[in-house]
Structures are given as C-alpha cells and as structure tokens.
Ligand binder design. Structure first.
Ligand SMILES: Nc1ncnc2c1ncn2[C@@H]1O[C@H](COP(=O)(O)OP(=O)(O)O)[C@@H](O)[C@H]1O
Ligand SMILES: [Mg+2]
Length: 277
C-alpha cells in the first residue's frame, strides 16, 4: 500500500461528497448580513464573512459576501465573469483591504494578517494567472513553494510527485515548456509544498481539455481526502459542483445562491441562469 496520504480510492465525480444531510445554518451577526449562510454541520474551518471591499480607493466590488469551507471538504465558487470570484479569493488571502467583514481560519481572526502570515496560518493560494515561475524548473518551482519552511521538504516533494507523476519525469525542465494542464499541476504542487490546511484554487482547470480537467478534479478530491480543505473558483461550473460539498453562486459581488453542490445542480433557477439550462 502506498504511504502517500493523497492516495485513496475516491473516484471522479464521487457524489457521496455532496451530502445534503450535512446542510445546516449558522446565524450570522444580526445587522451585518440579511441572510443566514448555510454551512456544514461543523463550524467552517475557513470563512470570509460578510466581506465588503474593493481595490485601493475604488468602489466596492464585494458586498457583504460570505464564503466558507469545512475541514477536508470542497467548496466551489461559481458565477458570471466579473462577479467578484477572484476578488473574494484575494480578499480571503489578504490581498485586499476589507472595509467590512472578517476572515477566520480555525477559529482565529486573521483579517489583519499579511498574505505571508496567512501562509504561516495554513493557507495556500493558487491565483488565476501567473501562478508558476516559467523560467524555473519544475523542481525549483516546488522548492520556491516551500520557501517559508525550515524543515526537510523532501517528503512533501515526494508526495507531490506521487500525486502528479508527470512532474517527477519533468522535474528538470523549465515549467514554461510544459502543457497547460501540467503547468496547473506545478501550481497546485507548489501550493502543497507549504503543507497547507486549506488550498485555495482560482480556476485551476482554465484552458485545459475536458479529460485533463477530470484528472485534475480527481487529484483535488484526493487532496481533500487527506483533510485539507479546498476552496475553488471554477468556470466549469457543472463539473465543479459535481465534486463540491458546498457551492456558492456569486453575482455582482454578492451571494446569490448557497447550497450543497448537489442541490445547486438540481435547482432549476441555478441551472437556467448559471449552468446553461
Ligand atoms: N486589480 C484590480 N483593480 C481594480 N479592479 C479590479 C481588479 N481586478 C478585478 N477588478 C474588478 O473587479 C470586478 C470583479 O472582478 P473579478 O473578481 O476578477 O471577477 P471574476 O473572477 O468573478 O471574473 C470586475 O469589475 C473587475 O473589473
Ligand atoms: Mg476570476
């Protein structure tokens, strides 16, 4: 048996992860948000709560937006272009000054922490673009991912290579020479090198073929099964909601629908407006 913690027998689109019986409701601070936000039974491991803010001195992009994920679960954010999905991810990672709201990880308020300090708290973020160092080798990219660590990183790198075997074969190649899907593997692998508790992925399957997308989702499920929480923005909404414990539909910086992935996929309104029917 493999000692790789990412390996188990979960399959692609395993709908057992979308368990509607887990759905419940938390009360949010009255006066801050009109609607209680449905979450899993346990308190969320990571929550960006009632987030309001924008870029610099510009207008607010997020309006009382709440996104969360439970331990070892997969939460997916979908919505039209420009809805603020990437902005919500950046806000949670500390790249945006929030005017209102807070970010809490494992019960600790980290709203005022820098992105680097959030990494130390267990957060890893793979941005939508420019998420690898193209002129560096695959191996150097993974080493860069671990730059905050002072311990031996070889076992983690071995786990990444077991999760994404192609990266082992190409470890001495410049990452910029790899295919789109392989580059995304490098980006996810780099993020895993910090041994995060929560992995945030902004459109990890952008520009890859459906087969590569399925494979990447399989790997993401494997990562979640090790207890790492996954918060992911996806434009392949149907496929992503099919593996999601919880889904968020954002529109114009606001929460429009929040439910289990399964329930959102079954909702006629969500299907009509956001999933192409
Ligand atoms: N760096 C930025 N500076 C100012 N405005 C931005 C920046 N990035 C995004 N925006 C604006 O924020 C809004 C939401 O963008 P974004 O979060 O990227 O949407 P999505 O990821 O859902 O497509 C858009 O109106 C976009 O023009
Ligand atoms: Mg985006």
């Amino acid at each position: 048996m493999s000692d790789n913690p990412y390996k188990d027998d979960r399959g692609n689109k395993d709908l057992s992860v979308t368990d509607p019986s887990k759905a419940s409701t938390i009360e949010v601070d009255p006066g801050q948000s009109a609607e209680p936000v449905p979450v899993g039974e346990d308190k969320p491991f990571l929550i960006g709560e009632n987030m309001t803010g924008g870029y610099g001195k510009g207008a607010d992009i997020l309006h009382d937006c709440t996104v969360s994920v439970n331990k070892g679960e997969i939460a997916v954010i979908v919505g039209p272009n420009g809805a603020g999905k990437s902005t919500a991810m950046k806000a949670i990672f500390g790249m945006l000054n929030l005017r209102k709201g807070r970010v809490v990880i494992d019960g600790k308020d980290i709203t005022r922490l820098s992105p680097q300090d959030r990494v130390a708290e267990g957060m890893a973020f793979v941005p939508q673009t420019h998420n690898i160092f193209t002129s560096m080798t695959v191996e150097e990219n993974l080493e860069m991912g671990a730059f905050l660590r002072r311990d031996d990183i070889s076992a983690t790198m071995e786990q990444v290579f077991e999760l994404f075997p192609i990266l082992r074969d190409k470890r001495k190649q410049a990452a910029g020479e790899l295919s789109g899907g392989q580059r995304q593997q490098v980006a996810v692998g780099r993020a895993l090198m910090t041994q995060p508790k929560v992995l945030m992925l902004d459109e990890p399957t952008a520009g890859v073929s459906p087969i590569v997308m399925d494979e990447l989702f399989d790997r993401i499920i494997e990562v979640a099964r090790t207890g790492i929480s996954i918060l992911m923005v996806e434009q392949n909404a149907r496929q992503a909601l099919a593996i999601a414990d919880k889904g968020y539909v954002l529109v114009q910086g606001r929460n429009r629908y929040t439910d289990t992935g399964k329930a959102l996929l079954a909702d006629p309104e969500v299907r009509k407006s956001f999933l192409g029917g």
